[in-house]
Design a protein around this ligand. Sequence first.
Ligand SMILES: [Zn+2]
Length: 351
Amino acid sequence: MNYQPSVQETFSLIKELVSIPSPSGNTSKVISYVEKFLQENGVVTKRNRKGGLIATVKGTNEKEHRMLTAHVDTLGAMVKEIKSNGRLKLTMIGGFRWNSVEGEYCEIETSSGKIFSGTILMHQTSVHVYKNAGDAPRNDENIEVRIDEKVSSREQVKELGIEVGDFVSFDPRVQITDSGYIKSRHLDDKASVAILLNMIKHIQTEKITLPYTTHFLISNNEEIGYGGNSNITPDTVEYLAVDMGALGDGQSSDEYTVSICVKDSSGPYHYGLRKHLVELAQKNEIGYKVDIYPFYGSDASAAIRSGHDIIHGLIGPGIESSHAFERTHESSILNTQKLIYHYLLSEMVDY
Ligand SMILES: [Zn+2]
C-alpha cells in the first residue's frame, strides 16, 4: 500500500487550528471550523451536547465499529478576579505551570464576544521596582494580566465589559521552520486533530472503503478529563485515542517517530491492540517508539473509567515540552499519519 501523506498540508491545517482559541469550556468556534471541513469533504457529522463532534464513515462491517478520537480543547485560563489596580487575576484551565505562560500575549473574550488583548505577567515584573522579581513564586497570587487598554481601576475594566468568568487564551506563536519543525502552543492535541482530518479527507477523495464503520470523535473536554468518555456507540469494539507522546528524561518517545503508549497513570492499555499497532508499524516500516507516560491520562482511559467495555489504545506524535512551548518534527507527524492509515485498514484484534 503506497500512502504518502503531505506533511505540508497537515502543517498548514495545524496552523489554522492553533490560531483559533479553544480553551476547554469555550470550543464552539474551533468545532464549527472542524465541522465545516468535514462537511466539505462529504462526511456526516453530529454534535454531542458537550459540544464535541462525531464524524462517521461507513465501512464494510457495520456491526463492529471503531472509534478514533483527538481533542480540540486546549489549556487556557479564566478571569478569577478583577483587581483594584485594573489587572486581572486568573484561574487555570487544564494542568500547566504559570512559568510556562509568563510573558505570553493573551486574549480575553467577554461573554458578549468582545476580544481584548493583554499580556500575562508577574505582578513583580519590573526589575527597577521589585527587588524580588526573579524569586517571587509564580502562582495565582502573583500572576496577572495587563490589559492593553487605558485602565487602572476595577471600575474601568468593568466598563470595558470584562467580568469574572471570561475566557483567556494564550497566543500560540506558531512557526514552521525550514528544518522541518513546527513549534506552537496547543500541538497537544491539534496536531492529532489535523492528522485525523486530513486522513478523513484522504479516505473520502480516494474513495477508500474501510473494513469497519469508523467514528471520529473530535472531543472538546480532554484537558479537564472527560472529553471522550461518552458518545461511544454500543457497537464500538476498538477505541484509539490519538494524542501526544510525552518527552523528557527516561522517556523513549521523540519528535521523529510515532509514540505507542503502553501504560500511563490509568494503567496499561489493551495488550492485544498495542501488539497489533507495533506489528503494523514494523510491517510498514513506520518509525515508532513504545513508551510509558508517568503523569498522563487520555480520552481512551477516560472511556474505560466511565465503564465502556472496549479495546483501548493510545498513539500520537512526540511533542517536546508539552503543556508549555511545544514542538514536533514533520517525521513524527508523518509516522503517526502512516500508522493511523494502516490501522484503519487492518483487521480488528482478537479479544
Ligand atoms: Zn492532549
